[in-house]
Unconditional design. Structure first.
Length: 172
């Protein structure tokens, strides 16, 4: 009985180890096709205003090309952003606070989170001469140069092992 239980547990652990990386990669990729913006309510006009920057953000994230920000071709696509959305949700920025109608509107600010259709976004990128930047992607390392009012300038970094040491070593 105990041997069968151990074998079952080992088989389950092996299956999880084989499946988890693929599931994690798929979750990371799905996040590339999701974006969030702030709107002034849940009406269709406000939703269209909120989806426009979301579409631009998704195109940049999926392609990895920041030159798409402000591209006139992308600007022509943003009024039709709703056509590329598979789902969206709102979250009230003032959640838990009573309505305050003194400002002359009954709309409350909302976080609009939109999920975009992968195939449609990939087709839009192709029309822009771009393609999706597939996973895995390189790690991002940020260096902060601190220049205090008194004292010497220094680089702020966490212990990152040999890679960080090599990256911050002076050139020879």
């Amino acid at each position: 009985m105990l041997g069968g239980l151990k074998l079952g547990f080992a088989a389950a652990a092996l299956a999880a180890a084989l499946v988890f990386p693929a599931v994690a990669a798929e979750m990371n990729r799905a996040g590339l096709y999701r974006a969030q913006s702030v709107t002034n309510g849940t009406g269709e006009v406000n939703r269209a205003r909120g989806l426009a920057p979301c579409l631009e953000e998704v195109l940049v994230k999926v392609s990895g090309d920041p030159r798409l920000i402000g591209d006139p071709r992308v600007a022509e696509m943003t009024p039709h952003a709703a056509d590329y959305v598979t789902g969206f949700v709102y979250r009230d920025l003032l959640n838990g606070r009573p309505p305050n109608h003194e400002q002359g509107t009954y709309d409350r600010p909302q976080y609009l989170t939109a999920d975009f259709d992968r195939d449609k976004i990939d087709a839009l990128l192709a029309s822009l001469g771009r393609k999706p930047w597939l996973l895995p992607r390189p790690d991002v390392v940020a260096f902060f140069e601190i220049e205090p009012m008194r004292g010497d300038r220094f680089t702020l970094a966490r212990a990152g092992g040999d890679r960080l040491t090599a990256a911050t070593a002076p050139a020879r």
